[in-house]
Design a protein around this ligand. Structure first.
Ligand SMILES: [Ca+2]
Ligand SMILES: [Ca+2]
Length: 193
C-alpha cells in the first residue's frame, strides 16, 4: 500500500529465501504505479528448493522509483516451520518370457537400470536391480513418483507410486519383450531349374 502522499512509480516486488524459482502474480516483470492510499496485492506458488533447515523462509521487499520516507517498512520476512516427509518404495522387475503375467523362476531381471522421478523439478533418483531383480528407493521426498525401468529388450509400463513416509509400497515391474527385436530374420527363395 502506498501510505504516502505522493504517487509511487516503478513499484516492484523482489524476494529471496528457500523457495525454488517462482513468479508473483500481480507483479511479474511489471513496475506498478500506486496512487496515495492505493493497494496492490501479489500471490505466488512455489516449490521449496532448500530442505536443509526445518523452516521455510521468505523475504519480500517492495521498492519504488521515488525516495521512501520510511524504508524500514518495505521489507517483510516470513518463516514457517517445515516438516519434510521422506519415504521410499521397493520392488522387483521381471521379464515375462512366457507371457503368463506371473513372475516365474528365471524371469527376474538383474542389472536393470531404474529411474524414479518425483513431482518437483530435479526430484530424481536412480538405482539398479540386484541379482534377484529387486530394487529399493529410500529417502525420497513424499509425493507421487514415477518409475522408469530402461531396457533395450523389454517394454514396461511406467507405474506411479505414492511415497508417504509411512509404508514402503512394493512395485512389480513386468516387462514384455519387444517383439520387433525378435522378428528379424531372413528368407531365401530359390527357383527350380
Ligand atoms: Ca516505506
Ligand atoms: Ca511369466
Amino acid at each position: 500500500m502506498n501510505a504516502g502522499t505522493g504517487t509511487a512509480t516503478g513499484v516492484r516486488l523482489t524476494d529471496s529465501g528457500t523457495l525454488a524459482s517462482h513468479t508473483w502474480n500481480g507483479f511479474t516483470g511489471m513496475y506498478i504505479v500506486l496512487a496515495p492510499g492505493q493497494t496492490a496485492e501479489g500471490s505466488t506458488w512455489a516449490y521449496i528448493a532448500d530442505f536443509t533447515e526445518d523452516v521455510v523462509r521468505l523475504q519480500v521487499e517492495v521498492t519504488s522509483a521515488e525516495p521512501d520516507a520510511e524504508p524500514a517498512d518495505n521489507l517483510v520476512t516470513i518463516t514457517a516451520p517445515l516438516t519434510v516427509v521422506r519415504g521410499g518404495f521397493t520392488g522387483i522387475a521381471y521379464g515375462d518370457y512366457n507371457r503368463n503375467h506371473v513372475l516365474d523362476p528365471g524371469e527376474v531381471l538383474p542389472g536393470l537400470r531404474i529411474q524414479a522421478s518425483g513431482q518437483g523439478a530435479g526430484w530424481s533418483a536412480e538405482t539398479v536391480t540386484d541379482s534377484q531383480g529387486r530394487f529399493a528407493f529410500h529417502d525420497l521426498l513424499a509425493g507421487t513418483w514415477h518409475v522408469y525401468p530402461s531396457s533395450p529388450d523389454w517394454t514396461f509400463t511406467y507405474p506411479a507410486v505414492e511415497v508417504d513416509g509411512v509404508s514402503e509400497p512394493e512395485v512389480v515391474l513386468r516387462g514384455e519383450y519387444d517383439i520387433t527385436g525378435w522378428l528379424t530374420g531372413s528368407a531365401r527363395l530359390s527357383a527350380s531349374t
